[in-house]
Write a protein that binds this ligand. Structure first.
Ligand SMILES: Cc1cc2nc3c(=O)[nH]c(=O)nc-3n(C[C@H](O)[C@H](O)[C@H](O)COP(=O)(O)O)c2cc1C
Length: 397
């Protein structure tokens, strides 16, 4: 058993202790959250870009890396260049990436997603809003999205087609089929995307779900589709495989989904075999980046803390977590079990290794892939007197 000590000297930081969830043991608590990059290969398949892009995070020391929001059906693609997992060719396309990640000792998950009313929208670089005339003129693909109602996200967005009750029932099967393929591809874990105003979030929120059938109405009705999907996805997964769900803990609007709703939802998810709640926020109306929840250092961490405590389920914290000690403190205080680092990992794909240094372990690059670690360790002696082991110059003359 790991007692958290290294050679009886410094206590190993919690960030770098392994974590077992069902049959999966992560080597540390650092996670790359799903991040879309609009770089699929033809047919919404996974190609070299994703192997290189996500492979950097495996080499960079992360315990778990998520593949970006991946469409469970074509109409649910947020953007035409997103990855999909609704056919066998797409399933097969993930296998080289998965094999690489596993060889590096990183676990790999996939976020299953359906864009709902926000399908067929702009890339982040175009503004993350509805497609404009200019986008269409330059060849952007447009199609009619689906949603809980025929109300658009906001003025100027595409008018969705309302899913019938029978189509909601069929949607459960669509997600189950995607989960079956994710298992078949060899992923270690699956995350259900129920955040940021996309399909499942739009069923949860009273702002967007004004249906009057079994999939709308009171909170139980609005939770019905996401809960049926969680149950169906769980059924497709081996008992040893963990299931994550990302939610928007709050819409950020007064009349919207709130923290009390989230606690009740999390308890229901736990009862259906969801293992980790990934706590994000916002996005119910307008672009996913719309400033509805004020953003500051670690602004979503309190959501993860409350869910963990009040729903008694492991959580993942995400959002402006920038420094090793900040992340370590979140774990020490029991606010989360896992730490996801989004943009700061784009800035520095080796950040997991760097944070180990910052927290006083891995000083001789022991945890780096040996083709890097061997050289970096040898360099320490060469640089003695003028630079630190990580290459910070201390004497220039
Ligand atoms: C380039 C980019 C793409 C993103 N794509 C997704 C996505 O596919 N699914 C999702 O749930 N969140 C997505 N997000 C949100 C991130 O997962 C994360 O929650 C957010 O960036 C906040 O964390 P950070 O401050 O560490 O970046 C994306 C963020 C970025 C920067």
């Amino acid at each position: 058993m790991n007692d958290g000590s290294t050679n009886g000297q410094i206590a190993r930081p919690m960030l770098f202790l392994p974590l077992a969830i069902r049959g999966l043991t992560l080597k540390n608590r650092l996670v790359v959250p799903p991040m879309v990059h609009y770089r699929c290969d033809p047919g919404n398949t996974c190609g070299t870009f994703h192997t290189v892009h996500l492979g950097r995070y495996a080499l960079g020391g992360f315990g778990l890396v998520f593949v970006e929001a991946t469409g469970v059906e074509e109409v649910g693609l947020i953007n035409e260049h997103d990855l999909g997992i609704w056919n066998d060719a797409q399933m097969e396309s993930f296998k080289p990436l998965i094999a690489f990640m596993k060889r590096q000792g990183a676990a790999i998950g996939i976020q299953l997603a359906h864009g709902g009313r926000k399908a067929s929208s702009q890339t982040a670089m175009q503004g993350m809003g509805p497609l404009t005339e200019e986008n269409l003129k330059s060849g952007a693909k447009v199609w009619q999205p689906v949603g809980p109602t025929a109300e658009p996200v906001a003025k100027g967005w595409l008018v969705p087609r309302q899913l019938t009750t029978a189509e909601c029932k069929a949607m459960v099967g669509t997600w189950a089929a995607a989960a079956r393929r994710a298992v078949g591809a060899g992923f270690d874990t699956i995350e259900i995307h129920a955040a940021h105003g996309y399909l499942l979030a739009s069923f949860l929120s009273p702002v967007s779900n004004t249906r009057d059938d079994a999939y709308g109405g009171d909170r139980a009705g609005r939770m019905r589709l996401p809960l049926e999907i969680a149950e169906a996805v769980r059924r497709e997964m081996p008992a040893s495989m963990p299931l994550f769900l990302r939610l928007s803990a709050v819409d950020g609007t007064q009349e919207g989904w709130n923290m009390d709703d989230t606690i009740i939802f999390a308890r229901e998810l736990k009862a259906r075999g969801v293992d980790v709640i990934d706590c994000s926020s916002g996005g119910i109306s307008g672009a996913a980046t719309a400033m509805q929840v004020p953003r500051s250092l670690g602004f979503q961490v309190p959501f993860a803390g409350r869910v963990r405590k009040e729903a008694d389920i492991p959580t993942m914290a995400v959002g402006l977590i920038l420094e090793a000690q900040q992340a370590e403190t979140i774990l020490q205080k029991g606010q989360a079990d896992l730490i996801a680092i989004g943009r700061q990992s784009q800035f520095n794909p080796n950040i997991a290794h760097h944070w180990a240094h910052d927290l006083g372990i891995n000083q001789r690059f022991e945890d780096w892939t040996p083709e890097y670690g061997w050289w970096l360790e040898k360099r320490i002696r060469t640089m003695e007197g003028f630079a630190t082991p990580t290459g910070e110059v201390t004497r220039r003359a």
